[in-house]
Design a protein around this ligand. Structure first.
Ligand code: GTP
Ligand code: MG
Length: 553
């Protein structure tokens, strides 16, 4: 039986509707989660991009024989690796060893001829496998999970942990991006790059933000940026000679207008020709213009920008901080999850603190420990060599890129202590006078009256948390103080508490005020399973019904 592969142009249901509690079990453990990346950011990005270019995405029939499927595909060349996942249908991500295999596969496919609809021919790397005779064999392919655990499952595993340190590490392990999810993110960017190539053949679509900065969690959005620097460099490098590149360039009054024009045509292209891109919105009047869309097959909510090299550089800086010490990511994931559980952050833009700001606050706090757990940005700049020198739009973005040149910290504080101290530090921070500044790792006088001032590390005259209102900041401070109090009470009550009783991190995730009665009065007399039921009920009935919304924020 010979399968037929088709070029895909399939509409379907929107990925946001994915029901989390119906995830397939038995997700693949990859070991990725324990590895702290030591590669340079650019090296890692280039490697992953090259891998993605050799990769195809295949929508498979529900019942599939994995062995036959791979045998069929390997007619086009050896396969490096593959995995299956579910997202309103079964999908396979197949990475060939060579790029030519993709072309060979494309040459064998044909466009679908659907009765009433007409296909727009476009040579994508997204295929639809139709079997002439449906196999009756039950498919028993192992599924790779692309979604975060439900709040219920998470609370259960946290209650079963052995210590608060173990809880923080468990939370990290459950939420961090898997190797497969990372591959899918790079593949999605690569598929979008194919579309952008219609206008900008030298353009590179690079992921940035939490997909690559080591702080991304399963379900987070996919931020990507169309990098046209290669083209720009081609046109500006040559300064001599009689020919100017004017036939290639068109001038417009400002960078902003150029960005808007580029994104406008790419948005049209995505909407009209890109298989699986739905809900395309051009948000061109925003401070940072973008095109937002949903990539159905991967389930990612995507934000595409251009001319955004500073954001990519911030991602690189966070990548370095995340990779320097294994406690950093565990603490950032925990603080972000805590903030989401208490509705301090939201997927809707507004006066809330953002995940990006929270990450900066954790980094800053870790710089203030004695001895420091993280170096200041100024000291990373001192360690830079000539190759690291980088000025973007007049801003000094120089810092050391080679992780091996940064000395590991001698601080040995536990995660439990750090979490406690984090809440205490920010519960008592003089937000009315001082600003947070990761360049110097020291509190500075606030240059203006914004309630929360976190200096943008590269555009140093800007505040990344300008949007935060006084009442949102106060809510953060109150919750930080309450969390300090809860952890202190636990210390007084002696070591916790076995079984499924809410303790440690779980107690911090309870709705505000809920702990004052139960935890303060030592252990509750209800049986453990009864108590966890009450906890889950209370979470369900509160606004925290699912801390992990579709954007994962
Ligand atoms: P998630 O909430 O998991 O998506 O985290 P994120 O880090 O990806 O945040 P987001 O998608 O909001 O933004 C993507 C990237 O844009 C961030 O990682 C930053 O590099 C940058 N960014 C976001 N907000 C700001 C801001 O207020 N100022 C500056 N300078 N950069 C920002
Ligand atoms: Mg993001």
């Amino acid at each position: 039986q010979r399968p037929v592969l088709r070029l895909l142009s399939c509409p379907g249901t929107v990925a946001e509707d994915l029901r989390r509690d119906e995830q397939p079990s038995g997700s693949v453990e990859t070991g990725f989660e324990d590895k702290i990346p030591k590669k340079r950011f650019s090296e890692m990005q280039n490697e992953r991009r090259e891998q993605a270019q050799r990769t195809v995405l295949i929508h498979c029939p529900e019942k599939i024989n994995e062995k036959k499927f791979l045998k069929y595909l390997s007619q086009h060349g050896p396969i490096n690796n593959h995995f299956f996942y579910e997202s309103f249908g079964l999908y396979a991500v197949v990475e060939f060893c060579q790029k030519e295999s993709v072309r060979s596969l494309q040459n064998e496919t044909h466009a679908p001829s659907k009765g009433m609809e007409a296909a727009i021919p476009f040579r994508s790397r997204f295929f639809n496998l139709k079997l002439k005779n449906q196999t009756s064999e039950r498919s028993c392919v192992q599924m790779s999970n692309q979604l975060p655990p439900s709040s219920k499952k998470l609370l259960e595993v946290l209650c079963d942990a052995e210590s608060i340190d173990d809880q923080l590490n468990t939370l990290l392990k459950e939420f961090q991006l898997t190797e497969e999810n990372t591959k899918l993110r790079y593949l999605t960017c690569s598929l979008i790059e194919d579309i952008a190539a219609a206008y900008f053949p030298d353009g590179i679509v690079r992921p940035f933000g939490s997909s690559v900065n080591t702080f991304g969690k399963l379900g987070c959005d996919l931020d990507m940026f169309l990098d046209l620097n290669e083209t720009r460099n081609l046109s500006t490098h040559k300064t001599s000679g009689n020919f100017l590149m004017e036939f290639q360039v068109k001038n417009v009054p400002s960078e902003r207008i150029a960005t808007q024009k580029i994104l406008s045509v790419i948005g049209e292209c995505l909407d009209n020709f890109s298989p699986g891109c739905v809900g395309v919105q051009k948000i061109l009047n925003a401070r940072c213009p973008l095109v937002r869309f949903s990539h159905q097959a991967s389930g990612f909510q995507c934000d595409l920008t251009t001319n955004n090299r500073i954001a990519l550089t911030s991602s690189e800086l966070l990548y370095i901080y995340g990779a320097l010490d294994s406690r950093v990511r565990a603490l950032v994931f925990t603080v972000r999850y805590w903030a989401r559980a208490h509705s301090l952050t939201s997927s809707i833009p507004g006066a809330w603190i953002t995940n990006f700001s929270l990450t900066m606050m954790v980094i800053f706090f870790l710089q203030t420990r004695s001895p420091p757990i993280l170096p200041t940005l100024d000291s990373l700049q001192t360690l830079a060599d000539a190759e690291d020198k980088c000025i973007i739009e007049g801003n000094n973005c120089t810092f050391v890129r080679d992780l091996n040149r940064i000395k590991p910290s001698e601080n040995t504080e536990t995660l439990e202590l750090l979490l406690k101290e984090f809440f205490e530090y920010f519960g008592n921070f003089a937000f009315n006078k001082n600003s947070i500044n990761i360049r110097q790792g020291r509190e500075q006088n606030k240059p203006d009256s914004s309630p929360l001032y976190i200096q943008n590390p590269f555009e140093t005259s800007l505040n990344i948390s300008k949007n935060v209102s006084q009442s949102q900041l106060q809510k953060f401070v109150d919750l930080a103080q309450e969390s300090t109090w809860i952890l202190q009470q636990e210390d007084l009550d002696g070591p916790s508490i076995s079984g499924s009783q809410p303790w440690g991190l779980v107690a911090l995730l309870l709705p505000s005020g809920a702990n004052r009665k139960s935890i303060g009065k030592k252990k509750s007399r209800k049986p453990a399973n009864e108590r966890i039921k009450v906890l889950l009920e209370s979470i369900k009935n509160n606004r925290t019904e699912n801390f992990t919304d579709t954007n994962g924020k």
